[in-house]
Design a protein around this ligand. Structure first.
Ligand code: 5AD
Ligand code: SF4
Length: 464
């Protein structure tokens, strides 16, 4: 085994060590990677851009996508070379695999990639410092993929590095009890759990104090949020967003990902009553066929989804929708697929993600009969994506000529440009000073690009 770096104590935390985190997958993983960095900071670890400069490398993995485990092993092969080159130069490297593939395939990873030092699931990253110490002491790898009884959030440092650009993620809920036929999340992220209201408000307060204007609340089933309030009552998401806006002063609030079944009356009403809630909602429907929705165990029909959208748009007429779709779920016929196309035409989406069904070991659909041939899935995906692209282009084109508020999150691609996000999560570029970064300003949209919009500043500092 190659040498491991000695682990500095919290007291000697000034000794800088390089940390390189590779993040794959969803926004929850982006958040987790940031928090793992926070957890390791007291040990002296600081983020570095190149793995070759890193005393510790974390590969934070995602299990949703096709051939997820194979991609992990191929990346680990690359990182092994980095580790070996560093060892030859006399430097140790702790190599950790985190996230959902680690959770699902922990033992397999250690068997096939014995140069990995730490394997940790999403529920145990608060134990990283201890694992690093154990890895340094032990002559073998450390694996932590249990679902511990303690909530990791109770053990995370309150201070977190605040991202530049005025926008931040905040995880409020994790896990899922819905068990959709195709999905690994209930197995990798565990049962649904919500963070207490006070902890969420405290984290948001710190973010706002550091200039954050927009918070995206995260959870696998974020609108199933049911956190214990300071008053002992259980708060739903609508009550939480109201308090974040009015009590904490968050200017812009988003939340993702939602399940149609958990979209209750309070939350629908909140979209009309709470101006801080951005008029853009990611609400996956997956399919427009009742037969397929039932096979997927989604717990709602296509008409119930349509009705939900009608109610949401009644509350907030300018609400734009985004969704996830799967084509070729086992048993999906041409007629089922046509019903999905019809639902897309009926609802109209500003943006969407779409996937070919691919089996995940251990999920009910993976062993189901009626698997759809690959070429049929390909053809359906192409048709579906063409329609979604048409709708997305039309939605963006309709923004030209409008005045929107933009949160500027960074520099644009061209010199002298800054770029940011409209309320509908569209990328917007304007000519303007760097001082706008982290601020909200009003912009007249004048130009449509393939995946973004061009605008001019109106000179008004915007209201969210
Ligand atoms: N095959 C294809 N797509 C999947 N998704 C989740 N699991 C699978 C799978 N086995 C998609 C769903 C989900 C999104 C995050 O990924 O559409 O909403
Ligand atoms: Fe997966 Fe979402 Fe279904 Fe939960 S609700 S099982 S996270 S697709």
């Amino acid at each position: 085994m190659s040498p491991l770096p000695c682990v500095p104590s919290a007291q000697s935390g000034k000794q800088a060590r390089g940390l390189h985190v590779i993040t794959w997958g969803c926004q929850m993983n982006v958040y987790d990677s940031a928090r793992m960095t926070d957890v390791l900071r007291p040990l002296g670890y600081r983020a570095v851009d190149a793995p070759d400069d890193a005393d510790m490398i974390i590969l934070n993995t995602c299990h949703i996508r096709d051939r997820a485990a194979e991609k992990v092993f191929s990346e680990l092969g690359r990182l092994r070379l980095v580790k070996e080159a560093r060892a030859q130069a006399g430097h140790g490297t702790v190599l950790a695999v985190a996230g959902c593939v680690a959770q699902a395939e922990g033992r397999e990873i250690l068997a096939r990639a014995p140069y990995v030092d730490i394997v940790l699931g999403p529920q145990t990253y608060h134990r990283l410092p201890e694992m690093v110490a154990r890895a340094a002491r032990a002559a073998g790898a450390v694996i932590e993929t249990d679902f511990p009884v303690e909530q990791k959030f109770d053990f995370l440092p309150p201070e977190r590095e605040v991202p530049a650009g005025g926008a931040a993620f905040l995880t409020i809920q994790e896990g899922c009890d819905k068990f959709c036929s195709f999905c690994v999340v209930p197995y990798t992220r565990g049962a649904e759990a919500s963070r207490p209201v006070a902890a969420v408000l405290e984290e948001a307060r710190r973010l706002v104090a550091h200039g954050v204007k927009e918070i995206t609340l995260l959870g696998q089933n974020v609108n199933a949020y049911h956190g214990e309030g300071p008053d002992g009552a259980i708060w739903g998401l609508a009550r939480l967003t109201a308090e974040l806006a009015d009590g904490i002063g968050v200017e812009r609030i988003r939340y993702t990902t939602s399940h149609p079944r958990d979209m209750d009356g309070d939350l629908i009403a909140a979209h009309g009553d709470q101006p801080a809630l951005m008029p853009f909602l990611h609400l996956p429907v997956q399919s427009g066929s009742d037969r397929v929705l039932a096979a997927m165990n989604r717990g709602h029909t296509a008409q119930e989804y349509r009705d939900l959208v009608t109610r949401l748009r009644a509350a907030r007429p300018d609400l734009a929708l985004s969704s996830d779709f799967i084509v070729g779920h086992p048993g999906e016929t041409e007629d089922d697929f046509e019903q999905t196309m019809q639902l897309i035409r009926d609802v109209g989406f500003a943006q969407a993600y779409s996937f070919k069904y691919s089996p995940r070991p251990g999920t009910p659909a993976s062993g189901a009969g009626g698997q759809v041939p690959e070429e049929v899935k390909d053809a359906r995906l192409q048709k579906l994506q063409a329609l979604l692209r048409e709708q997305q282009d039309a939605f963006n084109a309709a923004t030209v000529g409008q005045r929107v508020s933009v949160l500027f999150t960074g520099r644009g691609r061209k010199p002298g440009q800054v770029s940011g996000k409209s309320p509908y999560l569209q990328a917007v570029h304007v000519d303007g000073p760097d001082s706008l970064i982290g601020q909200v300003a009003e912009v007249d949209i004048v130009k449509l690009y393939t995946n973004s919009l061009g605008g001019v500043l109106t000179g008004e500092t915007g209201k969210a």
